[in-house]
Design a protein around this ligand. Structure first.
Ligand SMILES: [Zn+2]
Length: 339
């Protein structure tokens, strides 16, 4: 599906096989000398074939296209390296790249899963899937790019270009300001068109999906706090149209931000209502939360449970830093959260 969402901006719906989100949006922006592609889909044939045929229909050619990545999740970034031509620049953010390049985070997964009450057999299956996920991301290429970046080598000649907050990107008649909006991922970037007031929101703000906020086991961050701050940060922007990473463009921007915030406050209340003075581990809490999935907890796949665990951890971290709850390492090396 191709749609001209705004003049010179084409939304290409890329299928996501075996993924509950079903599709991701890739946007082609027609430029003067070079076009820009925003997000790409996963590194899978099903995505590549659809995207390349859409580009052909639009008279665009990878030889002449740069790629901008909102965040380094595999549904947005997976195909970037495969698609890029020798002349393509890939714009991305450094915090996500550094996280992906940090093998420790992934190696610690097993230990932290167990410490949070994840049954060992399920954990093994969940982490196998995670390894598949990592295979879809060209981590070695990213690591090399980070090394070059850390060595202060001018990135001008490099294939990867790291963008930061307030950087400018011009395409055709459009001029974009980069807005660092950490939360859904560590360095998530939105692109704000300053004259026409529209926003490529990536997965920071979606119309009918609540962006998932994860704390991966062993991480030190408070991603839910970052996320709520990032929502506040963009709330006052004048935005006529939001072009999100999934599903359709939409207009009622501030109302949507308020709804998303309300969801997280409700979830915090729900979690608090599940806790007592005795305490529960994260797996036990996650199994009792009302998920927006039409299956009972015992029919969730292990990888779905792993993601649910990371979402609950993000909320628990936030609540603990606020002083609402406490945690304690108990016998059997399992962390319990209690009021
Ligand atoms: Zn996404």
């Amino acid at each position: 599906m191709i749609e001209e969402t705004l003049p010179g901006i084409y939304r290409i719906e890329v299928p996501l096989p075996d993924n509950p989100l079903q599709t991701v949006n890739s946007y082609l922006l027609k430029g003067k000398e070079k076009d820009l592609l925003i997000d790409t889909g996963m590194n899978k044939d099903e995505c590549r074939i659809v995207l390349l045929s859409a580009l052909q229909d639009l008279g665009a050619n990878m030889e002449n296209i740069d790629i901008f990545i909102t965040h380094l999740h595999h549904d947005h970034f997976g195909l970037a390296i495969t698609l890029a031509s020798n002349g393509s620049i890939i714009y991305l953010n450094a915090p996500d790249a550094i996280f992906l390049g940090d093998a420790n985070v992934w190696e610690k997964g097993f230990m932290y899963g167990k410490m949070n009450g994840f049954p060992e057999e399920e954990l093994q299956k969940a982490l196998e899937k995670r390894d598949d996920f990592l295979k879809n991301i060209p981590i070695e290429d990213i690591k090399k790019a980070i090394e070059k970046c850390a060595g202060d080598v001018p990135l001008r000649e490099e294939r990867f270009r790291f963008l930061s907050d307030e950087d400018t990107l011009n395409v055709g008649e459009y001029s974009f300001k980069c807005l660092m909006t950490p939360g859904h991922s560590r360095g998530h970037l939105c692109l704000y068109e300053t004259r026409n007031k529209f926003l490529f929101s990536g997965d920071h703000i979606l119309e009918d999906i609540t962006p998932a906020i994860f704390l991966w086991p062993g991480e030190k961050q408070n991603p839910l706090k970052d996320y709520l701050n990032s929502l506040d940060r963009v709330f006052d922007l004048e935005v006529t149209t939001v072009l999100p990473g999934h599903r359709n463009a939409f207009q009622d921007y501030r109302e949507r931000i308020s709804q998303i915030k309300a969801h997280h406050y409700r979830r915090k209340e729900e979690i608090a209502s599940l806790l007592d003075i005795k305490g529960k581990n994260v797996y036990q809490i996650a199994s009792k939360v009302s998920w927006n999935i039409p299956l009972p907890w015992n029919q969730f796949t292990p990888e779905l449970k792993w993601m649910a665990l990371a979402e609950i951890l993000a909320h628990l971290k936030y609540m603990e830093e606020e002083g609402q709850i406490k945690s304690e390492l108990q016998t059997g090396n399992v962390i319990h959260y209690y009021l």
